[in-house]
Design a protein around this ligand. Structure first.
Ligand SMILES: NC(=O)c1ccc[n+]([C@@H]2O[C@H](COP(=O)([O-])OP(=O)(O)OC[C@H]3O[C@@H](n4cnc5c(N)ncnc54)[C@H](OP(=O)(O)O)[C@@H]3O)[C@@H](O)[C@H]2O)c1
Length: 291
């Protein structure tokens, strides 16, 4: 076998997502049978084609799963008051159960301010400080979608996490930080010894090299290379950077020759993130209906 051959077991996200969608479909059917049409509202500010594409994809999936998907499209020059008013209107609409403000928003607006404006009871991304605080306290809440998707992906593919050394590269609020909290929780699919490394840790590779599972959550293409991982370790690529429509993952392709299991460069964490969005949405609709 040539030295560069891929030896790692692939960990695709699609079958994980399909399993979650099947569960969500049943829960939507139960809600509809009881007279509630679950609704995931989306807000898009501006005309970024990639963001518009994500919204279309989410609306299509919403329709397939039986959700209503009311949409608010604000112009690129919308003010913070316009955005706040749009969110307030959705917050106040009892037919809307979940609200997603598509990221990124134009630079003159503040995404954190928009997130804070969303009613935590409709926080489908699980990124409102109330949701993150509940996650930290171990209370039920919508869990940020990409971290939840990674936990589900590892469980689905029978990668042992409990009792193992997990190193998360990156401490960002959407991925690394909540993921570290999640995988350290007392639960069969978590229960790990989690270490978080970041740009403040010189030679972070001394941590990743001893890990059973390394999760890249940075957004610097190719930052995780084969020499940073232990042969046979599991590698999950969460971080990506987009250059136009080109997706550049954190995980260097050559990691496939060293890892024991690895997410594919395309179709790994992404599909599970979308699935978790709808799992959060149906849970919020259930919560609103049977608080
Ligand atoms: N696949 C998906 O569906 C999905 C969903 C959400 C996010 N993501 C991706 O996940 C990545 C992280 O997202 P985020 O919002 O958490 O990002 P973020 O807030 O920008 O955090 C990035 C983290 O990476 C660390 N970092 C940056 N350069 C580094 C370096 N050279 N060495 C070590 N650490 C470094 C930063 O360290 P400091 O804290 O020290 O600055 C920070 O903790 C992004 O690529 C994002 O696109 C993907």
């Amino acid at each position: 076998m040539p030295e560069t051959a891929t030896t790692a077991r692939p960990l695709p996200g699609a079958p994980v997502a399909e399993a979650v969608f099947a569960e969500v479909t049943d829960r939507v059917a139960a809600l509809r049978a009881a007279g509630t049409v679950p609704a995931l509202a989306t807000v898009l500010v501006g005309d970024d084609p990639a963001s518009a594409g994500y919204i279309r994809m989410k609306q299509q999936r919403a329709a397939e799963l039986g959700f209503a998907s009311p949409h608010v499209h604000l112009p690129a020059d919308a003010t913070r008051h316009d955005l706040a008013a749009a969110i307030d209107s959705l917050n106040g609409d009892p037919a809307v159960h979940a609200i997603l403000v598509q990221h990124p928003i134009p630079a003159h607006l503040d995404y954190a301010e928009a997130l804070l404006r969303i009613d935590p009871a409709k926080d489908v991304d699980g990124l409102h400080p109330t949701s993150l605080g509940r996650l930290a306290a171990g209370l039920p809440s919508p869990v940020p979608c990409t971290p939840a998707g990674i936990e589900a992906l590892l469980a689905f593919h029978n990668v042992p996490v409990a009792g193992r050394d997990v190193v998360v590269l990156g401490r960002g609020t959407t991925l690394g930080r909540p993921l570290a909290m999640l995988l350290a929780q007392k639960r069969a699919t978590a229960d790990a010894a989690v270490t978080v490394v970041h740009s403040g840790i010189p030679n972070w590779a001394r941590h990743t090299r001893r890990a059973d599972i390394v999760i890249a959550a940075v957004g610097v293409p190719g930052i995780l290379r084969p020499e940073h991982i232990r042969p046979g370790a599991t590698v999950v690529g969460g971080g990506v950077r987009y250059e136009g429509r080109r997706l550049l993952p954190d995980v260097d392709e050559a990691c496939e020759t060293v890892a024991g299991a690895i997410t594919p460069r395309v179709g790994g964490v992404g599909p599970t993130t979308v699935a978790m969005l709808f799992r959060n949405a149906v849970a919020l609709a259930e919560q609103a209906t049977h608080p």
